[in-house]
Design a protein around this ligand. Structure first.
Ligand SMILES: Nc1ccn([C@@H]2O[C@H](COP(=O)(O)O)[C@@H](O)[C@H]2O)c(=O)n1
Length: 340
């Protein structure tokens, strides 16, 4: 390489290459995959090493859900998001399916359009989520059928998900899942995959079911004693709870909800996983952070969005349906036993 012949650049280049060799070839070989892009390899290496020195006790993981912890596609077919899992005749009518898919075809291209700013997209995302939630409420979705709808769906977590969730749980590292999807569905997906461990916290759009009405009706209808389970399962969707979360307002959620989570306090190092530029604000509620390493899954419109992703995330994973890279980084960070 020509660059080696320039005397003043020789030493720094050699140092960087040596560290790079160490990380890719020996310590984290997954970073050498051709699907991995990095703007500043040196900074990534330094951050990973600093996080390793601080250890598992200083770490928290903040992750988006749809198309980040779940796959984008499998065998050439799109994997459903939590909203799309609700597209099941058990829960919604054919007409509602049609309307939701028209909305998806209108707004999803806007969500991922690299030529529009987040500010431009914001009101349109509110419009999309609001319209879909109104449609879902009209369907009077039954809470007791959600688990069956998830079972029947082709929802799929990324390959290596079990290692990811289990390792974080074993190391007692809190995992905050921050999703603009549907929280109740998200919970069911991770429960059915047996990874809803006690270290998992979720911020998302949760459904509000009208349990009270059914409780009263049941008291008249049922002659056997009512269990709480029976009462809760009778609910029908009547609203969504709290402030709407969409792809481009996660900062507000981070400041109002995540910042208050006690289990995240005193953990200044953050590994952040997302698939949208809007996900980068998910760590904005972390006060006194020391190191934040961001990993972005670039699933769709790769050519058009590559530049902005590489400029925004520390590590970009192009069309990678696995958790290999996050898992390797986590293993590395948590590998020193004596750290605090
Ligand atoms: N009606 C909708 C609304 C949104 N989506 C997609 O879900 C994703 C949001 O969830 P995250 O866990 O990624 O925050 C978002 O990227 C939308 O594309 C949908 O499928 N249907």
């Amino acid at each position: 390489m020509q660059i080696y012949h320039i005397p003043w650049i020789y030493t720094p280049v050699r140092t960087v290459l040596a560290i790079w060799h160490q990380l890719t070839k020996a310590e984290i070989p997954e970073l050498a995959k051709c699907s991995v892009l990095m703007r500043e390899r040196g900074r990534v290496e330094e951050t990973i090493h600093a996080m390793q020195r601080a250890g598992a006790g200083s770490l928290q993981v903040i992750s988006d859900f749809d198309m980040t912890l779940t796959k984008f596609a499998h065998n050439g077919r799109r994997v459903p998001t939590t909203h799309n899992i609700l597209d099941n005749r058990l829960l919604i009518s054919e007409d509602c399916t049609k309307k939701m898919s028209e909305l998806l075809n209108t707004y999803y291209p806007i969500e991922i359009d690299p030529s529009r700013t987040a500010e431009e997209k914001l009101p349109l995302m509110v419009e999309w989520w609001t319209k879909v939630h109104e449609l879902l409420i009209q369907q009077r979705i039954r809470k007791d059928l959600l688990a069956q709808a998830v079972k029947e769906s082709s929802a799929m977590l990324r390959d290596g998900y079990k290692g990811f969730f289990d390792h974080l749980s074993e190391q007692q590292v809190p995992l905050l899942i921050f999703s603009a999807g549907v929280g109740d569905v998200l919970e069911e997906v991770i429960r059915q995959n047996r990874v809803f461990h006690p270290n998992v916290r979720i911020i998302s759009n949760y459904m509000d079911f009208d349990q009270a009405v059914h409780q009263l009706q049941s008291l008249h209808e049922v002659t056997v004693p009512l269990t709480e389970h029976c009462l809760v399962n009778k609910g029908v969707l009547r609203a969504f709870r709290g402030q709407l979360i969409h792809t481009f307002n996660k900062r507000e959620g981070a400041l109002s909800h995540a910042a208050g989570l006690r289990e995240l306090q005193g953990r200044p190092n953050v590994l952040l996983l997302g698939d949208s530029l809007g996900d980068l604000t998910m760590a904005d509620g972390v006060s006194e952070h020391e190191n934040i390493l961001t990993i972005g899954f670039l699933n769709d419109q790769v050519k058009e969005r590559k530049e902005s992703y590489v400029n925004s995330f520390d590590i970009v994973l192009v069309k990678d349906e696995t958790m290999d890279v996050p898992n390797a980084i986590l293993r590395f960070i948590t590998s020193l036993r004596d750290s605090k």
